[in-house]
Design a protein around this ligand. Structure first.
Ligand code: NAD
Length: 442
């Protein structure tokens, strides 16, 4: 089976590679020349655990190809996946210009039956727009080519994307024809051997499922962040509360960790887009609007603690930041809380040095020389007034506190992910702030 994936980013590249791994012949297309050149010379443009080895193996086996020309690979594709970006427009809605431009291009070259599948996260009604955009181009060419559309939202998590794709919790497929159902069934068969469900549904339900899933996860985060902030003022410990509620199976113990707010390429934009869709249909989503507001405030929660500690006088102070990516195991810094924290510190005249195991290059691209880049976590805290922990990479979990003590100007830590033990921090003599837990040695 031959397929084409258009858009070779975090989703497209993982999707294409995993389909190739299951034996299909896959061509990944992107308009970004540099990205395709890199991939064709064996370099992987993003950090995703396990991806490099999988790409290498499938390229060698001649099952995985990279090109900038959709025209050249469209001919024998049984399915064409659109996996390009859908960034937020000014009003919060998903910008469909990349998706629809790909649809138009498909229409310009399509000569045989295929299924055009939207894998990008897109609002309800997009598959119909994709169909119309393909059709318009076919009509311009005065050709009658039968094709189907399908919606196949992606649920992979950056940092665990390969595992998520190869062993999915579920595969959601919006279809409107038996032929498309058969093609998609054939395509996903290798991933269903362990009993993972393939959920066929109508296209609008599939499109909404993706937004509803991300909105629910974002809601859990904002809810726990509010509870943590309440813990801070009433003297409760959010870790205890989390365990106490998480043991109820109706609530579940996953995704109940408070922190410095959600970021990344999906939750912020998808929450915004769903709010906008609901508004357009005169069905405002009040809970989700609150989720977004709480999240924006939460990105400032450490700044508030820092300013309160220094009695609002932080000008000229130095801070070391551990962790830049929006979560561990990725170099993705889109909407990362670290950016909000760094921006704020810089705007108040602070000096900032940063360290991240994989996101330094991405940070350089975004912030240039505004901050100092450290080679390791300890270099980032030399002579600093405080350490700010933003992303909970494993390597930060058990640092050498004796070394830290010697390097830092003050033994002061602001932990945005609750990864250290307050009792231990107290014993080492650190003043330790975290989220929703008792502050130590103030
Ligand atoms: P990305 O920005 O990493 O990649 C998008 C790619 O599409 C880029 O390489 C870009 O050059 C390419 N592109 C743009 N226009 C093109 C065109 N006309 N032809 C060919 N290529 C084109 O984006 P991503 O993170 O992979 O996300 C893609 C979609 O998947 C988005 O809708 C996103 O919401 C959704 N999604 C993302 C994740 C995630 O964790 N990143 C998870 C699930 C769903």
């Amino acid at each position: 089976m031959r397929i084409t994936i258009v858009g070779t980013g975090y989703v497209g590249l993982v999707t294409g590679t995993c389909f190739a791994e299951s034996g299909m012949i896959v061509t990944c297309v992107d308009v970004d020349n540099k990205k395709i050149e890199k991939l064709n010379s064996g370099e992987v443009p993003i950090f995703e655990p396990g991806l490099e080895q999988l790409i290498e193996r499938n390229v060698k086996k001649e099952r995985l190809f990279f090109t900038t020309s959709l025209k050249d690979c469209i001919d024998d594709s049984e399915a064409i996946f659109i996996a390009v970006g859908t960034p937020p427009d000014e009003d919060g809605s998903a910008d469909l210009k990349y998706v629809l431009s790909v649809a138009g291009e498909i229409g310009r070259y399509l000569n045989h039956y295929t299924v055009v599948v939207t894998k990008s996260t897109v609002p309800i009604g997009t598959a119909k727009k994709v169909k119309a955009a393909v059709q318009i181009e076919l009509e311009k060419r005065k050709v009658n080519v039968v094709f189907d559309i399908a919606s196949n939202p992606e649920f992979l998590k950056e940092g665990n994307a390969i595992e998520d794709f190869l062993k999915p919790d579920r595969i959601v497929l919006g279809i409107e024809s038996e032929e498309a159902e058969k093609t998609m069934q054939k395509l996903y068969k290798p991933f269903l051997l362990n009993g993972h469900p393939l959920l066929f549904m109508d296209i609008p339900s599939a499109e909404l499922t993706k937004y509803a899933a991300n909105a629910m996860l974002a809601t859990k985060i904002s809810f726990m962040n509010e509870i943590a902030n309440l813990c801070d003022v009433v003297g409760a410990d959010v870790n205890m509360v989390r365990k106490g509620i998480g043991s109820d199976p109706r609530i579940g113990n996953k995704f109940l960790y408070p922190g410095v707010g959600y970021g990344g390429s999906c939750f912020p934009k998808d929450v915004k887009a769903l709010i906008k869709t609901a508004k357009d249909f005169q069905k405002p989503l009040e809970i989700l609007t609150a989720v977004e507001n709480v999240n924006m405030r939460q990105k400032e929660v450490l700044i508030k603690k820092i300013k309160s500690h220094f009695k609002n006088d932080i000008k000229g102070k130095s801070f070391g930041i551990w962790g830049l990516s929006f979560k561990p195991q990725t170099d993705d810094m889109r909407d990362a809380p670290s950016l909000v924290i760094i921006d704020h510190l810089l705007s108040e005249g602070c000096n900032v040095s940063v360290y991240d195991p994989v996101a330094i290059e991405e940070c350089k691209r975004r912030l240039g020389s505004k901050v100092k880049y450290a080679k390791d976590q300890y270099e980032a805290i030399i002579d600093v007034d405080a350490l700010i922990l933003v992303t909970e990479w494993s390597e930060f979990r058990i640092p050498n506190f004796n070394v830290m003590e010697k390097l830092m100007k003050n033994k002061l830590v602001f932990d945005g992910r609750n990864i250290f033990d307050p009792v231990e921090m107290g014993e080492f003599g650190f003043t330790y702030y975290s989220i929703g837990r008792k502050t130590v040695n103030v």
